[in-house]
Write a protein that binds this ligand. Structure first.
Ligand code: KG4
Ligand code: ZN
Length: 339
């Protein structure tokens, strides 16, 4: 069968990404330009600044990806781009660019759902799972559980009713004056904290519901901080480490419990974890431990494929384009694109 080279583009939030992927599996290039330095001083992503940075970076990043891959536009068989969900101004930059490129070159073009891309990042790894499996997407914008029966074949089992898990990490870090993004900072600080120091609530909606809720946990951290007379900036380092370790432990407990409950409920023996929070060291360890105890196999992409990247968009784009599915050049971006 003929080889397909997909040029993939991702601009759903604050990372400008471009990749060249061979047959939806092998990465020839995967370039990500992070905007952390732009948003850091605001303690979160500023949508307008994000769009402006994407428009600056999109051409250099796509050019760099093609150069690194050693592939010319003439050798590209398909263009895949994130269509949503995400920040609409950010999405529009990647989407408009991809559409213009498709129009100018005549290369087939496909819009990809960002959540489906996260769920498919595992196919970039050596030994990907076979369908069906339980998929947990846990990022800054999403915390959802799916039953996955194939590309394009999903059933959502549950989702967060308020904050996403990554959002909770970011908000707690901001509250404690630790910086942005909170996830990696808390992950690092917690290596020497005591996860049992403070018993934060494990927000668990009814048994047999696979919905999540993290805003109560965040409020519990706020209340804990408020109960202290000194400002968080003046807390001793050890106290900060214990707060973040205990918070992280609560998030991990809930994610692990619900994911394995979902596997049991669906009678599945395979679980895939993805999204930025899946880069978390403790979450990865606990998922592995629980999986070996329950004789379930857990698949977690390497950290660089957990956070936003274009290679995962290339995986999904390939599957659709291979099947002859294309998007029209009138395709629009949607901040709430459902899966
Ligand atoms: O998937 P992603 O890059 O973008 C979205 O689609 O949202 O996820 C970003 C989120 C942020 O909230 C960030 O704090 C969190 O993932 N994150 C982590 C870690 N690395 C990134 N959370 C916990 N531990 C980490 N190591
Ligand atoms: Zn994402």
């Amino acid at each position: 069968m003929e080889i397909m080279r997909i040029l993939a583009i991702e601009t759903s939030c604050d990372d400008t990404g471009a990749a060249v992927v061979l047959d939806g599996r092998k990465i020839l290039a995967n370039v990500v330009s992070s905007q952390v330095s732009v948003h850091q001083k605001y303690g979160g992503v500023v949508p307008e600044l994000a769009s402006r940075k994407h428009i600056e970076m999109i051409v250099p990043i796509v050019t760099e990806a093609l150069e690194k891959a050693g592939v010319t536009l003439k050798e590209v068989d398909g263009i895949a781009v994130t269509q949503g969900p995400g920040l609409v101004g950010s999405l529009l930059v990647g989407l408009s660019f991809a559409k213009s490129l498709a129009l100018a070159t005549g290369i087939p073009f496909i819009g990809v759902n960002h959540i489906e891309a996260h769920l498919s990042a595992i196919f970039l790894e050596e030994k990907p799972p076979k369908f069906p499996f339980i998929g947990l997407v846990v990022s800054g914008g999403h915390t959802s559980l799916f039953r996955v029966d194939g590309f394009g074949k999903f059933r959502r089992l549950g989702q967060t009713r308020d904050d996403a898990a990554g959002e909770a990490f970011d908000k707690v870090a901001k509250l404690l004056g630790l910086g942005y993004p909170g996830g990696p900072i808390i992950d690092q600080l917690s290596t020497t904290g005591d996860p049992k120091a403070i018993r934060f609530p494990r927000p668990s909606i009814r048994k047999n519901s696979f919905d999540f809720s993290f805003s109560g946990l965040k409020t519990a951290v706020v209340n804990y901080v408020k109960a202290h007379p000194e400002r968080p900036e003046d807390f001793p380092e050890e106290v900060i480490r214990n707060i973040v370790s205990s918070f992280q432990e609560a998030v991990v407990d809930v994610l692990v419990k619900k994911t394995f409950q979902a596997a049991q409920h669906e009678g599945l023996k395979k679980v895939v974890i993805s999204g930025g929070v899946a880069a978390n060291r403790v979450l990865r360890q606990r998922m592995e431990k629980e999986a070996s105890e329950q004789k379930i196999k857990v698949y977690i992409p390497s950290p660089a494929f957990c956070t936003d990247n274009a290679a995962m968009v290339g995986v999904v784009g390939y599957e659709y384009l291979k099947g002859g599915i294309r998007s029209p050049l009138s395709l629009n971006a949607f901040s709430n694109l459902p899966l």
